[in-house]
Design a protein around this ligand. Sequence first.
Ligand code: ACO
Length: 337
Amino acid sequence: MQDGRKDYFMGLKILGTGYYLPETIVTNEDYTRIVETSDEWIVKRTGMKERRITEQPTHVMAERAALKALENAHISPEELDMILCTTVTSDYITPSMACIVQGNIGAKNAIALDINAACAAFVYAMDMAHMYLQHGYKKILIISAEGLSKITDYTDRSTCVLFGDAAGACIVGWSDKGFASVLGSDGTGAHTLFARRPLNDIPFVEQVDPQSVDHFPDVNRPGVLYMDGREVYKFAVGAMSHALRDASVKFGTTPEALDIIVPHQANLRIIQSAAKDLGLPVERFFVNIDKCGNTSSACIPVGLAQLDEAGELTPGKTVGLVGFGAGLVYGGCVFEL
Ligand code: ACO
């Protein structure tokens, strides 16, 4: 576990938010036509009713969310000095999605790089942004964009019903109101949630059996997600409450004092369990899982942007963000608006 930031005087504030959801809606009923499932099972076990998907590149979603955040913050792309993108579904192996976005939106003064910390990546990006702000960066654009439909196995009923596509963006700047984070990684659980990269057919070498080079189960074809749902579920509940509780304490407060909590939207039951564990009413947690499903790292910034749109992000409120995902990784952070 990383010990979080103890510099409460150098904080971070949100300057603007934006999000993009694709137009195509996939309902629970739609899944009943491709796998053996039911609306009742999906709602009861996950809280999900519909999600959005698209064939367009992930960076296009990222750019749309970014432009909305810039408009919302009333700043020009040239004013940005850094772009951090989080994604597990980048359109290109190289260059980074952040560089593609930087070029397309004209943020010519920003350095640009990607972060891969799965569904917890937005919290990791907030932590990184906080560090860079301490080093003199002033306006940092964080974009989390995920086209999970591109890596979903639509023959696997236990995973295909969960995922959607979306992008969320947030511009952050310096503040004197503090910031605290708790990040953690447990690679011993890496094989419980993964997507293998398709192997290139190299003419000079014998095809390598993936099982001979790692201990991951040979469960589905390369390029799509595999998840041991029960194992990830167990990890998630503990990680959510631990990260939120410890980040609150590092900030000098308690989870009860948080005005807004935006959790990763993996499963409504996970959010309910975390709320119960922390002794908080579940209403304190932002939930859009019924409309968007699990959009990996995009869940939290989309939630923040939707709260912003609803006029909920008002000065003085204390916000907690918490996520977990493949890695396995988790992260929580607390700051004041
Ligand atoms: N429809 C109907 N039945 C189903 C479906 C479905 N879509 N999916 C699974 N089932 C069946 C199973 O086959 C099983 O049947 P069996 O008892 O006959 O074997 C039964 O339902 C129960 O299966 P479980 O896996 O025990 O179901 P569970 O209640 O655990 O729910 C779920 C599964 C929703 C995946 C849950 O485990 C979960 O949410 N896990 C955590 C997921 C998560 O947090 N992911 C985050 C990271 S995602 C990312 O990084 C992109």
